[in-house]
Write a protein that binds this ligand. Structure first.
Ligand code: UDX
Ligand code: UDX
Length: 476
């Protein structure tokens, strides 16, 4: 039985996953290490409001296990050496330079970790790939470990991809649909696989723990994310058609989802998917398919990302078309997180939409309940830099952006309100009172990118509304 686990990477995956293992396995000591000292300090903060990952239920679990059998540290080498099982949960973003730029996963962090593990280890280790990785990455990790290791040390690499979704991470970890553990089908591979199974068995029913080979496990993660994203692009493509043809996308989703072969999940039309995984993983799948000479397969999956871009752009253009861009009008952007209940804005559609608006000369107010002002400026700046806009122009464009720290200030005097994240508190806007507010000269136009507005009621108060996928829209 494993007694000591080290997890490299105290991020959105490493933090919650290890907290839940610690909670269910009090007999195992778990050390989460990270090269980012500031992040570790936040995880160790006495005030649980400061922990760097905001997930419903996470701080409660941290309060139960931190300091008992869950520890956060920046002493990476020390805990690699001390522990028998090492999880790798570092980030694997899309490459921004070199071969595969803009498509392939950047394995720099993984390679660094593999080197660090091989150099710091004085005894056998089981390495668990938690990060989402291209198929056959375990082979590369193995090569690095073998090339740098001390004599007679055995490294066994298993793949155990994470399927948690942000905002529901704790719930997903407690009641996983499945736990996938891929290992070499050798004797030592199977022993390592069983050691990890023994850990998950503490709270996951055995029939939900799936054993595969390493490559199936690695590819299943990419494929799962690609298929989830594909559903969103499918429904988003249909939202454009619904608007033109007079159909309603929510009625379509309901009708389609009633077919139990299709199922009703992941059929919400939106301004496009965001988050650190979907786009990155699909582009990676596209890249890998091309490397194997499967151009048709690559093209098929690439279209999922292209429709996502189309949807973000389409939404931006609808706002721009309907707001007088020449007379310094203001658009209030509600929501910066890529979905509700998370403080993560990676790849959030709000970034692209807001950039499109300020590039057209509009003034934009932003409000998000969890994302900090610095992060919003950082996201926009990085996006504009990626679009090759020079610093002088970025500084000028940022003057068009104003981040508000409460909902009311964001929407009080504005020409348009755009709903980009489906935060629950946006459902509580009192439209009847708001419409009577004396400060409001003209009723702002409403652009609902999440289908969260009660269209009939709010339009009965005199608002003009564009709602994604709604064939009845009064704005289009
Ligand atoms: C995870 C996965 O691991 C990624 O592959 C998946 O596709 C998305 O989820 P995530 O936990 O969201 O990544 O990343 P992040 O929150 O950025 O955390 C990664 C952590 O690893 C950071 O705190 C970073 O400082 C740390 N890190 C990175 C190291 O400790 N060492 C490194 O060499 C690189
Ligand atoms: C995803 C996968 O769901 C998870 O299994 C994997 O481990 C990591 O990637 P995450 O990115 O955290 O999780 O969130 P998810 O709930 O999948 O949402 C991703 C994006 O799709 C969000 O921007 C969300 O708003 C959008 N979405 C989701 C839609 O636009 N419509 C839907 O019906 C569902």
């Amino acid at each position: 039985m494993i007694k000591k686990i080290c997890c490299i990477g105290a991020g959105y995956v490493g933090g919650p996953t290890m907290a839940v293992i610690a909670y269910h396995c009090p007999e195992i000591d778990i050390h989460i290490v990270d090269s980012n000292n500031e992040r570790i300090d936040l995880w160790n903060s006495d005030n649980l409001d400061n922990i760097p990952v905001k997930e419903p239920g996470l701080s409660k679990i941290i309060s139960k296990v931190r300091g008992k059998n869950l520890f956060f540290s920046n002493e990476v080498d020390k805990y690699i050496d001390l522990c028998e099982m090492i999880f790798i949960a570092v980030n694997t973003p899309t490459k921004t330079s070199g071969e595969g730029k803009g498509m392939a996963a950047d394995l720099k962090n993984i390679i660094n970790c593999a080197k660090q593990v091989s150099l710091a280890s004085k005894s056998d280790k089981i390495i668990v790939e938690k990060s989402t990785l291209p198929v056959r990455t375990a082979e590369k990790i193995k090569e690095i470990l073998e090339n740098n290791k001390r004599e007679k040390i055995n490294f066994e690499i298993i793949s155990n991809p994470e399927f948690l979704a942000e905002g529901t991470a704790i719930q997903d970890l407690f009641k996983s649909d499945r736990v996938l553990i891929g290992a070499d089908q050798t004797e030592s591979g199977k022993i390592a696989q069983n050691k990890l199974i023994d850990i998950y068995k503490k709270w996951i029913p055995e029939e939900k723990i799936i054993k595969t080979n390493v490559w199936s496990s690695e590819l299943s993660k990419l494929a799962s994310n690609a298929m989830l994203a594909q559903r969103i692009s499918s429904i988003n493509s249909l939202s454009a058609l619904a608007e033109k043809s007079g159909a309603k996308i929510d009625e379509l989703s309901m009708a389609i989802g009633k077919d139990h072969r299709i199922g009703n999940k992941f059929l919400n039309a939106s301004i496009g998917f965001g988050g650190s995984c979907f786009q990155k993983d699909i582009l990676n799948l596209v890249y890998i398919s091309r490397q194997y000479g499967l151009d048709e397969v690559a093209d098929y999956w690439h279209n999922v990302v292209k429709i996502n871009e189309f949807q973000k752009d389409r939404f931006s253009q609808i706002i721009i078309r309907n707001i007088e861009t020449s007379s310094n009008q203001t658009v209030s952007v509600l929501g910066w997180a890529f979905k509700k209940d998370t403080n993560d804005s990676r790849e959030s559609s709000s970034i692209a939409v807001t950039s499109n608006l300020i590039l057209k000369g509009l003034t934009v107010n932003v409000y998000d309940p969890l994302i900090k002002i610095n992060q919003i400026y950082h996201d926009i700046t990085a996006y504009l830099e990626f679009k090759n806009i020079n610093q002088k122009n970025i500084t000028r464009l940022l003057k068009k952006l104003s981040v508000k720290d409460n909902l009311n200030d964001c929407i009080i005097e504005t020409d348009a309100i755009a709903f980009l994240t489906e935060w629950d508190k946006f459902l509580n806007i009192k439209w009847d009172k708001f419409s009577k507010n004396q400060h409001i000269k003209n009723k702002p136009k409403i652009f609902d990118g999440r289908g969260i507005i009660d269209y009939e009621y709010v339009s009965s108060l005199g608002y003009q509304i564009y709602q994604i996928g709604n064939g009845d829209n009064s704005i289009n």
